[in-house]
Design a binder for this molecule. Sequence first.
Ligand code: SF4
Ligand code: SF4
Length: 455
Amino acid sequence: MNEDGSRRWVRPKPADGDWFSRRRIVAYVLMVIYLAIPHVYMNGKPLILLDAPHREFTFFGYTFLPTDTLLFMLFLGILILCVFSFTALFGRVWCGWGCPQTVWMEYVFRPIERLIEGGRVGSMNIDKSGSHLHPRRLLKYAVYGVLALILAHTFLAYFVGAEQLKVWVTRSPIEHPSSFAVMGVTSLLVFLDFSYFREQTCTIACPYGRWQSVLLDKSSLIVAYDYKRGEPRMKGKDRSNAGDCIECGACVQTCPTGIDIRDGLQMECIHCTQCVDACDAIMDSVGSPRGLIRYTSREILSGEARHIWRPRTVAYPVALAGLIGIFAWQIGTKADADITLLRSLDAPFSEEADGRISNQVRVRIANRSGKPRQYTLSIVGAEAGQVIIPVNPFPVAHNQTETTSLFVLLPKSAFDDGQHAIRLRVTDGADFTTELPYNLLGPTGETGHTEKESP
Ligand code: SF4
Ligand code: SF4
């Protein structure tokens, strides 16, 4: 912020050094991956599809169905532990190298801004003029708008699939106003993020920057200024009592979050290495060794040896390996279908006009066999009564979860203390057969008074 509390717009000066070039390669690869994933299919499904309305999440050909709560929690646990492990070892490498905010901002939106507005100085001059209607700025916003549409539509394709998105895009908005509104709002948010909010997404909105205080320790890899070597910082030719920092300010001018790395490790530092490149160029020009700002650790900077093996770098990978093992075992032993038995949504049982007790049993079937299946249901243990199965066999498409109902009618005398045990047999006529126990509910005592409730 400026002293009067207004926003200080950050117009970083690009430092095109070795690290910037390496990051550029990574950034371009990540951009291609991001744009391509919704269009790449594996096992007939998009590589990643986060179908929230149906609670089905597909990753690399495997779809987590609503019945996969444990698997999905394990998967999320693995992702979180990966972040923990990676951060303990390599600090905020994700922020500087992999985060979409950094990648698109530094390698697409900022270069376009510099190109259209006449470099960093041109942008600062437009800022000073106070005119947001400057023709160059308007042109920049127009280009940003097109890019925001592309990014937002790609983002939405991760949630609805590229095919569905194509349908939305090619039809009149009047035919699908809600989808059109979602697309419009998402595109607007992307536009505002890259044109206005910018580095504040990292410094204010993103929780990861705050987590780093607990995820990093003094041995973690960070981008840092070597204060022992650099201080006392000083301008001028007489360097007899000076450190290596010549107080040129290049590291500050290039920082996309507007901080001074020489103030120590800060939450706002996204470890983008721009200050490393800027300072290396200065060190080259004054004939000093590179690395005044570099990848290092606080431990090394204070003169200690770096400890790779420490409690968190052992505990996180061990926990990670454990979770991956359980996850793989769960997937490997997963049956071709998940069957869940549910009670009636109304009363747990009812009494028919002829005095028999009727139980509705709802059967939810998640088909993960890879093909559409017809599931045949039968009841064992209700021979004294009648079983009504309205749809039998019951069809379920691949990767779908459907619910059907069956009704069991038994005389009151079949219930012992309000319960009667049966077994439900389900088979798909191919590889899958299972039998599940189930307790029917009925009246207790001779009066037929209902004492038990559905669990
Ligand atoms: S201090 Fe350096 S590494 Fe950190 S955000 Fe600024 S330029 Fe990037
Ligand atoms: S770029 Fe290097 S020499 Fe210049 S102010 Fe920053 S740390 Fe000092």
